[in-house]
Design a binder for this molecule. Structure first.
Ligand SMILES: Cc1ncc(C[n+]2csc(CCOP(=O)(O)OP(=O)(O)O)c2C)c(N)n1
Ligand code: SF4
Ligand SMILES: [Mg+2]
Length: 347
């Protein structure tokens, strides 16, 4: 009897790419660093959503977290900005070419300490960008000093205790106007994966704070950003499922217990409530829940706020459809007649 020796064709996504084509360089981060797990989730989400790597612009600042874009999607555009200054570079890149999918990767130090001014202004514009904070509560790259997201009472290995109140980047982003805000944990594979896919479908500012333990400087007893602390204190707000517009899968959907949000492209984000009523369209409730969770010592995770209807910064500026970067010279350089007419108007 003849046996077939043909090897099966490699698995590809809806644009014909294999997952290997979404990979990056070999990581130089510590083994077990939460940031490596987040890179893996980004690779899976981009592959499953069929995003063309060349359409992605990876942007970051400085830190171990900001190094991580080197470890996924080598075929994408990439820019490492100055420490804390990624938001202004990202804003320029998106305005120059709004066909790009901007993916900002930052750290808690890069965002909430040196970069907090830039972060604040990015959050109030609804620029289309996915902004991820890989949050370990310390400056990992410079050997583990407390950052501005460290909780009161959290202890460094040296015994130093933090007594300054933390900045909650999610509460801040919601208050300032970001239109998709959530928190996840690098160790919560399923939740982070669903959130990233929904983030790719959102048209506006996505801000995801992902607790990402630093195994070298902040994973000991007494730390509130360790794997153990997260295992004991993570309080998921919902079970998250995401159905992309190109897949007609019916998820086990019970309208009584699930809130469904239709995204800009027709994708569906399904948030199955785990406890009392929670409306992800209610900004005030979102901030209240975050403050209550802090008070109880819980780390609330999930999608806190989503508004797929708000106009993006691109809509507000009324930009032409063709990206500025590819407009021909004839369109961007007014001729003598147009200049003369403009001068006449100003007389
Ligand atoms: C202008 C400037 N100030 C300070 C530094 C030193 N520095 C480099 S990374 C870093 C903090 C990084 O912390 P975070 O963003 O939380 O990233 P992590 O390493 O924890 O992932 C600091 C203070 C720098 N590179 N540039
Ligand atoms: S020092 Fe901490 S943050 Fe940096 S790579 Fe190592 S584990 Fe990750
Ligand atoms: Mg950090």
């Amino acid at each position: 009897m003849a046996t077939s020796t043909a090897t099966p064709a490699p698995k590809t996504n809806r644009i014909g790419l294999q997952v290997i084509e979404y990979r990056g360089g070999k990581t130089t981060l510590c083994a077990g660093c939460g940031h490596n797990a987040i890179s893996e989730r980004i690779i899976d989400a981009m592959y499953e959503m069929g995003v063309r790597p060349e359409r992605v612009a990876k942007l970051s600042g400085i830190g171990c977290s900001s190094k991580s874009p080197a470890y996924f999607m080598s075929r994408s555009h990439s820019f490492n900005a100055v420490h804390g200054r990624m938001p202004s570079v990202a804003t320029g890149a998106v305005l120059a070419n709004h066909n790009l999918l901007a993916l900002g990767v930052s750290g808690d130090g890069d965002t909430a300490s040196i970069g907090v001014g830039q972060f604040i202004h990015l959050m109030r514009r609804n620029l289309p960008i996915i902004y991820i904070i890989e949050d370990n509560g310390v400056y990992g790259l410079t050997k583990g000093q407390f950052s501005a997201t460290a909780d009161v009472g959290s202890k460094l290995k040296s015994g130093v205790i933090n007594d300054l109140p933390p900045i909650d980047t999610c509460a801040m982003a919601i208050e300032l106007g970001a239109t998709f805000v959530g928190r996840s944990f690098s160790g919560d594979k399923k939740q982070l994966h669903a959130m990233l896919k929904a983030a790719i479908a959102h048209k506006g500012t996505v801000m995801l704070d992902v607790i990402s333990p630093c195994v070298t400087f902040n994973d000991h007893d007494g730390s509130t950003k360790s794997y153990k602390y997260m295992k004991d204190h993570e309080e998921p707000l919902q079970e998250i499922s995401f159905v992309p517009s190109f897949e007609e899968i019916s998820v086990d959907y019970d309208p009584g217990t699930t809130v469904e949000v239709t995204m800009h492209d027709g994708s569906r984000l399904q948030l199955r409530k785990l406890e009392e009523e929670y409306d992800p369209a209610n900004r005030i409730e979102a901030v209240k829940r975050l403050m209550e969770a802090h008070h109880k010592g819980e780390v609330l995770t999930g999608v806190f706020y989503v508004n797929p209807q708000a106009p993006s910064f691109i809509d507000m500026l009324n930009l032409v459809d063709e990206p500025l970067a590819t407009l021909p010279e004839s369109a961007v350089r007014p001729g003598r007649e147009a200049l003369t007419a403009a001068m006449e108007e100003l007389r």
